[in-house]
Each structure stands twice: as C-alpha cells, then as structure tokens.
Design a protein around this ligand. Sequence first.
Ligand code: SAM
Length: 124
Amino acid sequence: PRVRDIMNRQVISITEDEEIRVAAKRLLKDETNHLPVLDGNGTLVGIITTYDVSKAVVTDGKLRQVKDIMTRKVIKTTPDEPVDVAARKLEQNNISALPVVDTTNRVVGILSAIDLGKLFGGRR
Ligand code: SAM
C-alpha cells in the first residue's frame, strides 16, 4: 500500500505567527499531538507537537509564537510513497507522524503511527 491509502486527510494545522497558547489549545481540543505549521501562503514550514509546547513552558518565557519553537526541518512523505518507506522514516527519526505533502509543499494529509497500526488488522 501507499501513503494515500491510509493517510488522514483531515489535517489540523496552524500558522507560524500564532501564539504558542493557541497551538496548545488546538492540540488539546482536537486531541492530536502534531500540528503542521504553515506560512501565509499555506506552504509547510514546520511542525509543532505537544512535546515542543511542554518544552517551551519549562524554558524561556520570551518564546511567544509558534515559529519560535517549531521544528523547521520537517520529515515528510508524499501520497505516492510506499507505506513501508514512510514507516521507516518514523522509526529512524523517533517521531510519530509525517505530514503528507504534494509537489508544491502543501499539506494534503498526515500519516501517524496510529494509521500504520490499522494496516495490521487493528480495529478502526
Ligand atoms: N524523544 C522524545 C519522545 O520520544 O517523545 C521526542 C520525540 S520527537 C524527537 C520530538 C520532536 O520531534 C519535537 O521537537 C517535534 O517537533 C519533532 N517532530 C515530530 N514530528 C516531526 C516530523 N515529522 N519532522 C520533523 N520533526 C518532527
């Protein structure tokens, strides 16, 4: 199977100039752990997770915006990528989700370890 077969198309994202507090609220409300970060043009520029928000709380109080704490070097996948290749990216980088991008770096889905679990006969 390919990434497009199991990715989640309902992507909840955030823009880079939002306040960290807004990111925290969105993570809580939507019960997700990953928010792809977009610039004003809707292009993927980073990713922010509950881990990053927690870290910001215990460190510098001057960090205010998503762009201050997001991870800029995003590890991503594409709809056509074989699922096993994507799974290896998760494992090798110790992460649990990959934004799925099209050729113009727009986010068209998100692939999480949970989606991969569904491949192995888990319940939906
Ligand atoms: N070792 C910790 C753990 O096991 O919970 C951290 C896991 S992971 C390395 C945490 C970091 O990965 C966060 O800073 C987050 O922004 C980053 N991250 C998560 N998904 C990512 C992705 N697809 N590409 C790049 N960085 C990602």
